[in-house]
Each structure stands twice: as structure tokens, then as C-alpha cells.
Design a protein around this ligand. Structure first.
Ligand code: AHR
Length: 727
């Protein structure tokens, strides 16, 4: 960010001046629309104002876009308990016909969803529960696979087993069953994988059973053997290790044998190394990306994933805890089946691993069915009770029933829980008709037992809803176009300061929808909007972008524009991710009043336009749609970090040209000449990918002319974070 003498000619808004004075100045020619003055940012360092909550930046997550299965959750075997079925190709409205102005219109998959590839697995024609599994047989060998429901491992969860009949085999002639994982099994060099499965065999089967990660031609990357199988179900666990191989996703997991007989399998699992070596844990690269963001909280489990398309498929927390053998999984509203391998305790451990506090949304009786089956009144009482039990599972000591169960599941220490949200987006699905009653039931029960827990309503501030009880926070959601994001950088400026505090529990600049992750243009909208949230942090207590994750393989995405993308092997942060990281890593403790003067304004043609990806959504539009302006050209937030005394400036220039900015820090004696920071800039159409994860990434900057008053140049289309040293 070098200093420069030039400036750009734009219309200037005399924002800080009383209208008559500004008018007079214009008339006198003291200020013109082609002013030779830079814009000025005046920061009142001597008037520290609002405190920024220390948990201002966090994460929101749900099972969408293969966020956990095929994403964060380490499991590599797809359809491990043989309950999945092929995903319907048509008519798969994301959320059971719910209407949702904030997000993807259900029933309009073309706009935001890529169809899954056609099914090539012939076994599925015999039994749909064989999806993702296929028979393999060497030349001269023969066999068959099917789903068997007789003599299951258990009758609640592992009801189906896969039966492998080896009719003809021998030395060098094997028959087996292969799983392609979630778009491939990731092979990394010198890596140990933990395989486990239940198996039993017919009396005539002579071992061994071979377990391998291999390519489609049988090239083996890692393998191991079980010498013999008994005729009763047993769980087998073994480690298999790759050597000095080339990393690839072009691999599958194979269980095979070269002796005739029948073998049954259940709960087949393969884990790579996990973050902090947690058993049943999370993928390392994605966890590291999250850790780099330094998030303060995790809002889970949804999102629509909380509500489900019906009662059966709600987030039923009790079905997500305990041994995997007792987790049947369920249909996510996002069209595919969730294993629930990443269940309530794993969400909490994820929080623990990244030092985040949980914000738990409690299922509150509403489903994604336009209110047809909403549970109210007496019928809701057991649901409220389940909510109380969920809180006890999270927070209770080991002397409580549910705290003791958590201990039995491996986590004796209670988790700290300060916030719960009642439902999700109850402004949809006719939820407002009965939300007051439902909210009150939860509110009364929870506050009676846990008076310190803050209750978040899933209704928005704009709903102006009479809850009959006072929520501690309202959950506002925004999925917007670039022009809307820019205008809404001022959304909370006029919010009633005595009004209910806000949790912005989902937001993104994401319209028009253009693919799994966003371009640089969207990141500019995000950054501008975030400066507005920071400036209003007396009202906005916390915020989190959504959705967090997307598997970028064909069929992986149900919701367009997500923060972090990945395939089986690699992951990347979008430009929006880097904005989050820059802002969250540079939090101040207190807002410093900041005012932009002689601020250029832009019309709709001059603001960043959202590009459309080839084959992506957006219908070829080049404009973002929405409001026409005028729009501010520069957005700013200033804060002070108490521990260091640093003044932190966040500056967003949405113009196609650099902006010279005079920075006037009032009420401060010393500002060191050298100041460091980061700047994110790039082509509006630029985006990151697994192959090019850093195409758009922040670059470190140092300036050497800082002082109580100095000028700097904001690059075109840029987000800058600058730390000014006061000592
Ligand atoms: O973030 C995607 C979806 O958007 C969430 O599931 C829902 O809460 C919102 O409508």
C-alpha cells in the first residue's frame, strides 16, 4: 500500500458536513466533484466507544454440501452401514418444499445445485443400499454381492450387512468388494489409516481376508490382512500404511479374498490421521484452516439440518451420541443421508479443539414443511424436555444422568454453554404463527434451570415479533447480492440502541449464485458489510458466515457460495475466507469512532460486479442485481486492541481504481512510523480452488510513513487491515 499523490476523480459525498455548509462549499468551489483532495478518515482515538465482544467472530455449521460426511469428518468409507440409497436425480427440492427467501429456492436445483453424476454401479440395480459398493473379481474368479438383513450385528442400526459370495477364486484370483469413498479415497505418502469392520464368514471360508487401498487397476497403496474370520460377528481393527507414494484421490478401499465361501460385512470404516489424533475425529487440513481463523464460537447443528424435513429426520441429538454401532444416521434435508458420525459430542469436541464456545440450536418442533407438522402445546413438552436433557448432556456434572452418559462416552468434563438458540429461521414455514408459544415453553424451562444461559430467538429483528418473553438475542440472517451488502454496511447504524441485541447467525454475499465458493467480488461485499457489523458491535454481539463448507465434486454442492471448499485430498479458503481470517485475527477490544469525509460514491455500474462461473448459476447476468445506489466507495472500521495499544484499521475500497486516503488520528501522541498489515486484492472474477488455493490470498504490507496524520493508497478492489503502533 504505497503512498501516492494521485487520486481518483469521483463524485464526493460531504458526509460529515452539515448540509448547508457542504452546499455552500460546493457553491464556492471549495469542494467539487473532481476534488484534488484525498478522502479523509478521521479516527477519534481519544473517544474509545463501544466494546467489541471478545466472541464477535465465530463459525456456523450444519450438514450441507457434504460438510461432515465427505468433508470435515474423517470417515473415508461412504455408506458404511449400507443404509444409503441413490440420490434422486429430479425433484429434490433442498428442503422438502419449504420456501426460503434467504437462500436457495427449493425446487430450483439448477440454480444452486449440481446434479450427482449418473450411477454406474450395477450392484445398485439389485439393491439400492449397495450404493457406493461394487463387486470386483479378477479374471477367472466369480462372485456376487448383496444386502442381507438376516442375522444382523444389531437390529437398531446395523440392520443391513453386505454379503460377499465368493464362488470361484484361487491363488492370484480374488473376489472382493470395493468402496470409492467420497469421490475417491485420499492416498497420502507414509500415512497410517485405521480400518475397522464387523465381519463373519461361512464355515467353508478359509481366510485370509485382504484389506487394501488401491487404484482401479489393482495397484496397492496400503494393505493388511485378517488371517481368519469366525462364523460369528466380530469387530476387526487394523492399521494399514502407505509408503513413499504419490498423493492421489484415484483410489478405492477393497476387502477381498482368494478362497471360496461367503463373508458378511457391517460398519466398514477407514480413517486417515485426524486432528489432534482424535478417534472418530476430523480431517486435519480443514481443521487447520478453521484454527487459522481463530473463531470464538461454533453455531450448530443448523441451519435447516436442525429442523429436518420431518420429525423423523430432525437433528435428534440422542441418536447422534454413543458408539457408532448405535447411530443409525438420518436423511439430511440437503438430500443425502447423514451418518451422524459427527454427532453432538463430536461437535463439542470440535469446539474444544479450536477453543470455541458452543452455540447450540435446540430443535423446537418445526420442520421444513410449511408448518404442516409443527409441534405445539402439550405435544411440545417432551421436546422441551429433550432440550433440557441436551443441555444437561453438554453441561451436567457426572452426577447427573446425562452428564454421566457423556462421561461414559469419553468426556467426563462438562462443557461451558452460554447460548442456546430455539429452532432455526422460525420466520419461515409458518413458524411465526406459534413461535411465541414454543419459545416461551423453552424459555421458561431453560431459564428456570439454567438462568445464566442466553436465549437466542430464531426470528429476526425485522420481524418485530412479540415473543411474550424477552429473548437475549435475535438471530438475523442475510444472504445478499454485492449492492445489497454494500448498502447494508449501514444496516444497523439506525438500529434502536435500546433494542434486543443481535446475533447475525448466518450471512454471506452470495448472489447471484455462481458455484461452490465465491469470487473476489463477493469478498469485497463481505468485507464492506463486516465493517458495518464491527461499527455496530454495541448491538451486534456475534456474527458468523454461512455456509462454512462445500465438497466441490460434482453432486457435492447443494448451496452455492460457501467459505471453504475441498475434495477428498485438498482444501482451500475462498477469498471470503481470507476476509474472515483477516478480520477475526485483528479484533480490537473497543471501537474507535471513525468518519469518512469527501467520500466518493459510486453508481451500480461502478461497484464490483459478481461474475458468473462457466456452468454456474446466475443465468449469464453480469450485474449483481438489487439496489442501484449510490454506494460508498470506501468502507472503514477502526478499533483499539487493549493489550498492545494497537489501532486497527479495516479499510475496504470497492472502486476499480486506487483511493488515496488521508488518515487523521485524533487524540493520540505517538504513532510509530512503521505499520504492518495485510491486503487482499485481485481480479473480481478470481477465485481459489483445490488446484490453486492461493490465487487470491492476503499479502503482508508494511508502510513507513504512519503517524497521527498520514496518507496511504488503498489499491483498487482491496481489503486492507492495518495495525498502527501507539507504543
Ligand atoms: O446456510 C444455508 C441455509 O440457509 C441454512 O440451512 C438455513 O438456516 C438458511 O436458510
Amino acid at each position: 500500500m504505497p503512498t501516492r499523490d494521485s487520486y481518483i476523480h469521483r463524485s464526493y459525498r460531504l458526509r460529515s458536513l452539515p448540509a448547508p455548509i457542504a452546499g455552500a462549499m460546493l457553491a464556492l468551489g471549495l469542494v467539487s466533484f473532481a476534488s484534488s483532495e484525498p478522502a479523509t478518515l478521521t479516527v477519534r482515538v481519544d473517544q474509545p466507544g463501544l466494546k467489541i465482544a471478545s466472541n464477535f467472530y465465530g463459525l456456523m455449521t450444519e450438514e450441507i454440501n457434504y460438510s461432515y460426511d465427505g468433508g470435515l469428518y474423517g470417515e473415508l468409507i461412504r455408506n458404511r452401514i449400507f443404509q444409503d440409497r441413490p440420490i434422486a436425480q429430479a425433484g429434490r427440492g433442498a428442503r422438502g418444499g419449504a420456501t426460503n427467501p434467504a437462500g436457495t429456492p427449493p425446487g430450483a436445483p439448477a440454480a444452486a445445485q449440481t446434479p450427482p453424476p449418473p450411477i454406474t454401479n450395477t450392484a445398485v440395480e439389485k439393491n439400492p443400499n449397495l450404493i457406493d459398493w461394487s463387486l470386483i473379481a479378477s479374471d477367472g474368479a466369480a462372485g456376487d454381492i448383496d444386502i442381507d438383513t438376516k442375522d444382523p450385528v444389531n437390529t437398531t442400526t446395523l440392520k443391513n450387512s453386505l454379503r460377499l459370495d465368493i464362488r470361484s477364486a484361487g491363488t492370484g484370483r480374488r473376489v472382493g468388494v470395493a468402496n470409492d469413498g467420497y469421490w475417491g479415497i485420499p492416498v497420502r505418502p507414509n500415512t497410517t489409516y485405521a480400518a475397522s469392520f464387523y465381519a463373519k464368514a461361512s464355515q467353508d471360508f478359509q481366510g485370509p481376508l485382504t484389506i487394501a487401498i488401491e487404484d482401479n487397476n489393482g495397484k496397492v497403496y496400503a494393505s493388511g490382512q485378517v488371517r481368519a474370520l469366525s462364523s460369528a460377528w466380530n469387530k476387526y481393527t487394523l492399521k494399514i500404511k502407505t509408503g513413499q507414494v504419490q498423493a492421489t484421490v484415484d483410489a478405492r478401499f477393497v476387502l477381498s479374498a482368494s478362497n471360496p465361501g461367503s463373508i458378511w460385512f457391517s460398519l466398514v470404516s477407514l480413517f486417515p490421521p485426524t486432528y489432534k489424533n482424535r478417534p472418530n475425529g476430523n480431517r486435519i487440513d480443514i481443521m487447520e484452516k478453521l484454527a487459522d481463523m481463530k473463531p470464538s464460537f461454533l453455531r450448530f447443528p443448523g441451519g435447516n439440518y436442525l429442523e429436518g424435513r420431518d420429525f423423523e429426520n430432525r437433528f435428534n441429538w440422542k441418536a447422534t451420541i454413543g458408539p457408532l454401532e448405535e447411530r443409525p444416521g438420518h436423511m439430511s434435508p440437503w438430500t443425502y443421508r447423514s451418518t451422524d458420525g459427527l454427532g453432538l459430542l463430536e461437535f463439542l469436541e470440535w469446539c474444544e479443539d479450536l477453543n470455541m464456545e458452543p452455540i447450540v440450536a435446540l430443535y423446537a418442533g418445526m420442520h421444513l414443511d410449511q408448518g404442516r407438522t409443527t409441534i405445539t402445546g402439550d405435544a411440545l413438552k417432551p421436546i422441551v424436555q429433550e432440550g433440557l436433557e441436551e443441555i444437561e448432556y453438554i453441561t451436567g456434572s457426572t452426577s447427573t444422568k446425562w452428564g454421566a452418559l457423556r462421561a461414559k462416552h469419553g468426556h467426563p468434563a462438562p462443557f461451558r454453554l452460554r447460548y442456546v438458540e430455539i429452532g432455526n429461521e422460525d420466520w419461515l414455514n409458518n413458524g411465526m404463527q406459534n413461535y411465541a408459544g414454543r419459545f416461551a415453553m423453552f424459555y421458561d424451562a431453560i431459564k428456570a434451570k439454567y438462568p445464566d444461559i442466553q436465549m437466542i430467538s430464531s426470528l429476526r429483528s425485522r420481524d418485530k415479533y412479540d415473543h411474550t418473553r424477552n429473548p437475549d438475542l435475535l438471530d438475523d440472517h442475510f444472504y445478499v447480492s454485492i449492492p445489497t451488502a454494500l448498502l447494508q454496511a449501514h444496516y444497523y447504524d439506525k438500529y434502536d440502541r435500546a433494542g434486543t441485541k443481535i446475533f447475525v447467525g448466518e450471512w454471506a454475499t452470495n448472489t447471484p449464485r455462481s458455484g461452490p465458493t465465491g469470487h473476489m467480488a463477493f469478498a469485497l461485499g463481505d468485507a464492506a458489510w463486516l465493517t458495518g457489523l464491527e461499527r455496530n458491535s454495541d448491538i451486534v454481539g456475534m456474527n458468523c458466515y454461512a455456509p462454512l463448507f462445500c465438497n466441490v465434486n460434482p453432486g457435492g454442492m447443494q448451496w452455492s457460495i460457501n467459505l471453504i471448499g475441498y475434495d477428498a485430498l485438498g482444501s482451500f479458503g475462498s477469498p471470503a475466507y481470507f476476509v474472515q481470517k483477516m478480520f477475526s485475527n485483528n479484533r480490537g477490544d473497543v471501537i474507535l469512532p471513525a468518519k469518512l469525509d469527501l467520500l466518493p460514491t459510486l453508481n451500480a455500474d461502478e461497484i464490483p460486479q459478481a461474475p458468473v462461473s462457466p456452468g454456474g448459476a446466475g443465468g449469464g447476468a453480469t450485474k449483481s442485481g438489487g439496489p442501484t445506489g449510490p454506494f460508498d466507495a470506501v468502507y472503514a472500521a477502526a478499533s483499539r486492541e487493549n493489550a498492545t495499544g494497537d489501532i486497527i484499521l479495516k479499510l475496504v475500497n470497492v472502486q476499480a481504481a486506487p483511493q488515496l486516503l488521508k488518515i487523521d488520528l485524533q487524540g493520540v501522541q505517538t504513532i510509530k512510523k512503521e505499520a504492518k498489515g495485510e491486503v487482499l486484492t485481485g481480479d473480481l472474477a478470481a477465485m481459489n480452488s483445490v488446484a490453486e488455493p492461493s490465487k487470491v490470498a492476503p499479502k503482508p504490507i508494511t508502510i513507513n510513513n504512519a503517524g497521527p496524520s498520514f496518507t496511504c493508497d488503498l489499491p483498487a478492489h482491496s481489503v486492507t487491515v492495518l495495525r498502527l503502533k501507539t507504543r
